[in-house]
Design a binder for this molecule. Structure first.
Ligand code: SAM
Ligand code: SF4
Ligand code: SF4
Length: 343
């Protein structure tokens, strides 16, 4: 491992928010068609996914990670699309783990391709934590969400393989969309209660332009907490660190904890320290941005100092706080798709 360059000042934006996390989308493709993310009406056989030549290479991603580590980033999350459809991901993970300053490497996945061997090879390559997305406990609802007939058991097997591979943590994320899968909140809570796997509920968000979002489809954090509390009493717990996106709740019977991410009803822009790198090499300083900042040419030039300077410059003028202003924004503008930059 090389030393982090200490002469470089950490990046800080217009609201004094540091740059701590980088989410890296390794592909825009996915084997699911979740109705709230990649609906088939848009992501069909005519949809033009990126050709391989447009994707950043692992070396280019490594350069971006090096540059961001010099500005204070310590956490890297691999995402997509579905990260496991990108070949040889283990090579990228090893490269990232060797970058000085990076202390946490995680991945968000639908786990449908997480075989026992794959889980072990990802762990061996240095992946520390996994977030698995699962939106229901019954096949009928889950298949209505993923729209490609993948069963709940397939994902539960992936979660078990992850547990067996002894990742530092395996969390389960459930997006709740009212009328689609809100009836699965309690079955999910019951299933993961006492397992040590932390279940986190995510409010359905208005990311992208394809998912026909409407406020009436949002089951709020408070509604989720009340529902669970009525059957399995919970109490709020302290955040693990500043900027933790999920509010923690502990079961009073010692059955562990859950998290609730209230991106819509109680936004957390004030502590947002995340940048997102698209699979094509654009940096997005907000999940709801209309456009990214193209870094591909500078990444392809091979000059890490130039990448760092460009990133530092754009972070220093960042003023994003979309979720806090969502209800005041009257002009509808295009937003980047979640499957393009990852969650
Ligand atoms: N394919 C992987 C997966 O599903 O875990 C990684 C990429 S996916 C875009 C990352 C996360 O974003 C998932 O947990 C997914 O459920 C969440 N997500 C996608 N669209 C969303 C939306 N409209 N609102 C809230 N969360 C969303
Ligand atoms: Fe694919 Fe993940 Fe989007 Fe579902 S949420 S369509 S699994 S990228
Ligand atoms: Fe961060 Fe943008 Fe989400 Fe606010 S809306 S928390 S600035 S990504």
């Amino acid at each position: 491992m090389t030393d982090v360059k200490t002469a470089v000042a950490p990046a800080s934006d217009r609201f004094d928010r540091p740059l701590k996390d980088l989410r890296v989308s390794v592909t825009d493709r996915c084997n699911f068609r979740c109705v709230y993310c990649m609906p088939k009406t848009v992501f069909n056989k005519d949809y033009k996914f990126l050709p391989k030549s447009e994707l950043l290479t692992f070396e280019e991603i490594e350069r971006m990670v090096q540059a961001s580590a010099e500005l204070g980033v310590t956490k890297i999350r691999l995402t997509g699309g579905e990260p496991l459809v990108r070949r040889d991901l283990e090579q990228l993970i090893s490269k990232i783990r060797n970058v000085a300053g990076i202390t946490d490497v995680s991945m968000t996945t639908n786990a449908s391709l997480l075989t026992r061997d794959r889980a072990r090879s990802l762990r061996d390559a240095g992946l520390q934590r996994l977030n698995v997305s699962l939106d229901a406990m019954d096949d009928e609802t889950f298949m209505r969400v993923n729209d490609v007939d993948v069963t709940v058991q397939t994902v539960l097997d992936g979660i078990q393989h992850a547990a067996d591979a002894k990742f530092d943590s395996v969390k389960v994320n459930m997006v709740v969309k009212k009328g689609l899968n809100d009836h699965s909140i309690l079955p999910m809570a019951r299933f993961f209660h006492g397992t040590g796997q932390i279940l986190r509920f995510i409010e359905f968000m208005d990311v992208g332009n394809s998912n026909a979002w409407d406020l009436s489809h949002v089951t709020t954090s408070q509604e989720i907490a009340d529902l669970i509390n009525a059957e399995m009493p919970i109490a709020p717990a302290k955040a693990n660190y500043r900027g933790e996106v999920a509010k923690r709740w502990e079961y009073l019977d010692g059955g562990g904890e859950i998290g609730i991410i209230s991106s819509v009803s109680d936004p957390f822009c004030g502590d947002c320290s995340r940048a997102r790198l698209s699979a094509t090499g654009s940096i997005y300083t907000c999940l709801f941005a209309s456009s990214g900042h193209d870094m591909r040419s500078v990444l392809r030039s091979g000059d890490v100092d130039a990448v760092r300077d460009a990133l530092s410059k754009l972070w220093s003028v960042r003023g994003d706080r979309y979720s806090e202003t969502r209800t005041q924004v009257s002009v509808i503008r295009p937003k980047v798709e979640m499957s393009f930059i990852g969650g």
